[in-house]
Design a binder for this molecule. Structure first.
Ligand SMILES: NC(=O)c1ccc[n+]([C@@H]2O[C@H](COP(=O)([O-])OP(=O)(O)OC[C@H]3O[C@@H](n4cnc5c(N)ncnc54)[C@H](OP(=O)(O)O)[C@@H]3O)[C@@H](O)[C@H]2O)c1
Length: 270
């Protein structure tokens, strides 16, 4: 595993285990055990995923809670400063401890909502704070008012979609970008025969080429799988390097294909 250092000094793994849609009690325990065995040490959750209590139970059974970082995110219906703090209390209770806390989307009043995260960080309730789905213009607005700069921005990014403007801005600002849906769960990217051909050269799968590409673009990644063999595949990314020619080929596949709404089009921004 390789780590990134956040601007507050916290070291975070570059491969984070995604837990969206992993919520049935038995399967959470099995999935978390497999992911931990494979080497994952950071886990991505959110109040919206409705699995925080199950994650806590799973880590307690394993006895490794102190070995891992868990991210949670506040959902959009928690209104303003007070609403965010109230929802945090619930997440903290369910998870036992929230290590990294994020605004899930840049919905209304995000400046006030960010101030709530700053207060949690200052009080030592969380180790790092960040945002998710913030585009460059959201970050510029936030940075004008923020006392603490977000440490992470988690955004959609994969071979077919890269918001380069936001990624470049985060790099300039020292904000770590985590790519969510890096395997493009709802698209056909993993069936692309040309990426498979690149994989043949390195003895790697299409998924590994797509994930390694993001790492070499300077992003951290948040892949999810319920299957142990795939979990292992998605973390075994540090024993090869794509050539500049193959990186250029991967870049050429970018086609602006998002799998979810553009953050500017979310209904609560209207
Ligand atoms: N911040 C946000 O707004 C936001 C939004 C969406 C997602 N996320 C985070 O990002 C994480 C990942 O996104 P995601 O779960 O939507 O999609 P993803 O990780 O891109 O793709 C997951 C899908 O790919 C399959 N898969 C996993 N590894 C594979 C492999 N090596 N080969 C072939 N198929 C593979 C999985 O199936 P199996 O499980 O059957 O293996 C699953 O159907 C989420 O779990 C969540 O933590 C954040």
């Amino acid at each position: 595993m390789q780590y990134s250092t956040l601007h507050n000094g916290l070291q975070v793994p570059q491969v984070v285990f995604g837990t969206y849609r992993i919520h049935d009690n038995d399967s959470v325990e099995r999935v978390i055990r497999d992911a931990y065995d494979c080497g994952y040490r950071m886990f991505d959750s959110a109040s919206y995923y409705k699995n925080e209590a199950e994650l806590k139970d799973a880590f307690e059974v394993l006895g490794v809670r102190d070995q891992v970082l868990i991210t949670s995110k506040v959902w959009n219906d928690a209104k303003g400063y007070k609403g965010v703090l109230e929802e945090f209390e619930q997440s903290e209770q369910q998870l036992g401890r929230v290590d990294v806390y994020m605004l899930h989307w840049p919905c209304d009043e995000f400046l006030n909502r960010w101030k709530a995260l700053e207060s949690l960080y200052r009080a030592g309730r969380v180790k790092a704070i960040g945002v998710s789905n913030f585009k460059k213009h959201h970050l510029e607005k936030l940075l004008k008012e923020a006392m603490i700069k977000p440490m992470i921005n988690q955004i959609e990014a994969h071979t077919y979609f890269m918001d380069r403007e936001t990624i470049d801005f985060c790099r300039e600002q020292g904000i770590v970008v985590q790519a969510w849906r890096p395997l493009m769960r709802t698209g056909n990217m993993l069936q692309n025969p040309d990426i498979a051909k690149v994989g043949e050269k390195y003895g790697k799968t299409t998924a590994q080429i797509c994930l390694r590409y993001l790492l070499q673009e300077g992003l951290s990644i948040v892949p999810k799988s319920t299957k142990k063999a795939r979990m292992q595949e998605n973390i075994d990314l540090f024993d090869f390097e794509l050539s500049e020619q193959d990186m250029d080929f991967m870049r050429s596949l970018e086609c602006g294909m998002r799998t979810a709404d553009d953050p500017d089009d979310y209904p609560w921004n209207k």
